[in-house]
Design a protein around this ligand. Sequence first.
Ligand code: F0G
Length: 351
Amino acid sequence: MYQWKGLIQEFKEYLPVSNKTPIVTLNEGNTPLIYSNNLSSIVGANIYLKYEGLNPTCSFKDRGMTLAISKAIENNSKAVICASTGNTSASMAAYSAKANIKSFLLVPDGYVALGKLSQAIIHGSEVIKIKGNFDKALELVIEISNKYPVTLVNSINPYRIEGQKTSAFEICIQLGDAPDILSIPVGNAGNITAYWKGFKEYKDKNNIDKLPKMFGFQAEGAAPIVKKQKIENPQTIATAIRIGNPASWEYANKALEESNGYINIVSDKEILEAYKFLAKNEGIFCEPASAISVAGILKYYKNFDIKKDFNIVCVLTGHGLKDPDNAISQSSQIKEAIEPNLDMILERIMS
Ligand code: F0G
């Protein structure tokens, strides 16, 4: 009987592991690539959604975290630390719980979605809220991990990128080829770096002659790469990508340049439109930051010569349940409870 045992087991010939690496896994990866009828007919090409919200802690971070925590254990680390807008911390917390090591996290107070914070807490991470943004938190954890015996598991840890690149492998396997365009949200820029590395490595090993163009999208108020300058006080409703000084900035630029790609901004309003569109028309609930990969394609596809047989993959990085507050505030008001009376209920249905 075949059972998926997580991405390290599945892709070990592509990863920096040996027989001695203790594999810490929650059977992450193997997420679906879902064809979108509605988006395909709007854009006039095949649009697929890589639904990374279906990983064990409901975001793509699990791909990098299985490897980062496995290598931390192999190297006898007893504790890990990260700065996070929420998803990295949820993933670190779960994989550290599984590995039975301590985990510490710094988060920007007031800007982490409820679901993510609840995951970090229930898995037993030490949550330290700071009166500052993600960029400040990242600076601090880098300093702490340089001075003290605690392993940094943000995406500047190269094992994070190694794990995350496996999503590119899965897309090539699922499509039977590389896509023409890969559309992805850009925050700290680790994921765009990882996918590009993954596509290149998969092509080299598997007789594929195509590489995708990498399309990255940033929120209008948090778009340092598009604007080519640090943003001191980044703002967006998509708190996952509320970042003004991405750690992998240079690598993102390299991926964009080498792939002949594209990066641009999307407003919060456009992000929320795509978020609701996916929920209402595709049955897919992703978090606002994830919807930017679809919003960006919808906003800019007319600027490109998109052919009918193009395969465009939009990465949906995290599950919508991460951020229930946003979902509820976007919906029309839930009405007051009424008596369990048939006539009253029929009246409500007919109104
Ligand atoms: N989408 C989601 C849902 C995220 O949580 C993140 C990053 C991104 C996209 C952007 O990916 O940073 O590799 O460019 N979240 C980090 C965190 C910063 O702390 O959870 P990136």
